[in-house]
Design a protein around this ligand. Sequence first.
Ligand code: FAD
Length: 410
Amino acid sequence: MGENSEVSFEDTSVAFSYKSDAALKKANSIFSIVNHPWVSSIAIASVKLALALRLPVEGIIKRTAFDHFCGGVSIDGCDDEIAILSKHGVGTILDYSVEGEDSDADFDETMRETIRTIEKAEQNRAAIPFSVFKPSGVASSELLAKVHRGDALTPEEQASFERVRERVDTICGRASVAGIPVLIDAEHSWTQDPVDALAHQMMQKYNRERAIVFNTYQLYRTASLTNLKRALGGAKERRFRLGAKLVRGAYMEKERARAASMGYPDPIQPDKEACDRAFDEGLAFCIDDIDHLDLVCGSHNERSNLYLASLMKKRGLSNDDARVWFAQLYGMSDNISFNLAKAGYRVAKYLPYGPVRSVMPYLFRRAEENTSVAGQSSRELVLIRKELERRKQQGQKPQGSDNAASRSRA
Ligand SMILES: Cc1cc2nc3c(=O)[nH]c(=O)nc-3n(C[C@H](O)[C@H](O)[C@H](O)COP(=O)(O)OP(=O)(O)OC[C@H]3O[C@@H](n4cnc5c(N)ncnc54)[C@H](O)[C@@H]3O)c2cc1C
């Protein structure tokens, strides 16, 4: 597997050029805490307890983990981050990260908020190239699971599912008018079939000229490569452009535990190597057929990102080919995002935002993801320490060191 010699992820000075020394030291403290498995689990349990007891911990969360991983509590609170990323050639994907909603009023509000992110993007297309939403933000997970199982719906449930379809259509329709593509995130395998079906209906409706609606394919699922190939076949047959976001998948433990407890076959690849192979195969499949689809590769895996760059080169695509996007999460893998952008690739980062308390499930996932595995420091911590050491050696100030002040306002 070839690597693209034009891009390297080693340069931490490029990766962290937008972070002041103070912001980098703060990041070092946060990642050092979550790095230790037992410290991390005690910290997570304490924060959960404090929030349940309504203790005043939001301020400290806001100044630490929230500031590192999120843009702000509202869309306009993200302005500084959007500007900083844009200055470095990296786009922002405003991600309203409120979780745990369960009423029609909540779902309608998430739909309206997603539309506000599209309107924000309309005013600043170069800096905000995509919008995004999670299916569970606009639909009850229980209802999706029922539709997925093929259970008969009561008339109320049918009406409720029709409202879900209308919300998704309203978002995609607005995205189409604005010309701002919308990514539909993927969540659990047991709710995914109706999401796939809705996404494909929306693509058929709105992706006639260009890819406006993107569905997500989680390659850790054994079924996903086949689903992706089938989706492209359907798109060709019905003459629309497929929008495909490829990720490995974020809910492995939950998926395996549910399959084991309910006694059905594990839907996840047997091991990491099999998952990596499927992801590579998905990327190669998309680049091979790039004339019929647009691709967003959502990954923090350096090798996968290099592999995609090498596939583009082999296929004769320019680095800035408008059909291929690399995407990471804000506060993670800046070495990948900023070095790819510097090499001319199209790169965007999800920037989560929302009230501190509502964003907590997202922050807990980030903490768990950055906990040390097999005694090794997390990838982020290694990079942050490398850059701190480099700055110490060189006694050098970063460009854009005004960021400390701007972050504390966000
Ligand atoms: C921009 C962006 C958007 C995203 N959107 C979504 C989304 O819509 N839905 C979603 O589910 N996730 C989403 N994710 C998260 C993503 O699925 C991964 O969880 C995360 O990015 C880690 O995978 P990786 O490719 O970065 O690399 P790596 O760190 O190399 O891979 C870790 C991943 O490999 C898989 N894995 C690990 N161990 C095993 C094993 N033993 N067997 C099988 N598989 C294994 C898991 O998927 C795990 O998350 C998104 C990520 C990004 C950056």
